[in-house]
Design a protein around this ligand. Structure first.
Ligand SMILES: Nc1ncnc2c1ncn2[C@@H]1O[C@H](COP(=O)(O)OP(=O)(O)OP(=O)(O)O)[C@@H](O)[C@H]1O
Ligand SMILES: [Mg+2]
Length: 225
């Protein structure tokens, strides 16, 4: 099982006046090769949960196991290594660097690995062809369309071939055509064996036929419907 959480609690600014309990006692198991949606109102804890699953930071309490490894006691350096190996992240605004070319945006996650440029470009090339953005590879990202940008973000998440793809409100800034297209790509990735987790309250996402389970979060707790 790629994702297993047990009694996970996240408290921001613990013991300070601005303390926030963002997650409380979350138990969660996600089947491999499935597509899961996290749904909840603004502030319910979706991004926090995704960040913990994505090995961005540790929970305050509880046990998190990603790809069979117990994260709770890993030092930050190993958490980062684990993230690079197992997680592909797609952000809400896609977090694309506008001044970099399409290709350099896609290879960005490989830079800390010290990979040779020729090898990085070969990996990027395959993905750019797969997502039909090859003809824009030398364009600065500021000069490509919204749909192309979305495909750049997906390609970047896949550059390391991680088994787990996490997307935080990926359709928030997309029209319905591009949202549909985004979900088609996610379906394709699921068919290719990936496990996918998406936070969203967009019905185009949460009610999509290829979503296996929708998890409702309310005030930091999983809410059984
Ligand atoms: N870095 C932080 N420091 C302190 N509090 C935070 C921090 N990040 C989030 N929070 C708080 O934790 C709670 C959960 O936030 P989170 O971002 O996980 O919610 P969300 O469900 O993703 O919301 P949205 O739909 O608006 O993105 C909120 O009350 C938020 O204000
Ligand atoms: Mg959020």
């Amino acid at each position: 099982m790629l994702i297993e959480l047990e009694k996970v609690t996240k408290i921001y600014n613990q013991d300070q006046v601005n303390e926030v309990t963002a997650l409380m006692d979350i138990d969660l198991k996600v089947a491999d090769n499935s597509m899961t949606c996290l749904r909840g109102a603004s502030g319910s804890g979706k991004s926090t949960l995704l960040a913990i699953i994505g090995c961005v930071f540790q929970p305050t309490k509880g046990r998190v196991s990603i790809a069979g490894k117990q994260l709770s006691r890993l030092p930050d350096r190993f958490l980062t290594l684990h993230r690079r190996q197992y997680i592909g992240f797609i952000f809400q605004n896609f977090n694309i660097l506008p001044a970099l070319t399409v290709r350099d945006n896609i290879t960005l996650p490989l830079v800390p690995l010290g990979m040779r440029p020729a090898e990085m470009n070969k990996k990027a090339q395959r993905l750019m062809e797969r997502f039909s953005i090859d003809h824009r590879k030398n364009f600065p990202a500021s000069q490509v369309s919204g749909g192309e940008l979305q495909r750049v973000a997906i390609a970047r998440a896949l550059i390391n071939d991680p088994p787990l793809i996490l997307a935080d409100e990926p359709t928030a800034h997309l029209d319905s055509r591009l949202s549909d297209e985004f979900m088609r790509f996610m379906t394709e990735l699921k068919s290719s064996g990936k496990t996918i987790m998406i936070t969203s309250h967009d019905p185009l996402v949460t009610e999509h036929a290829d979503v296996d389970q929708v998890i409702d979060i309310k005030d930091g707790r999983i809410y059984a419907a």
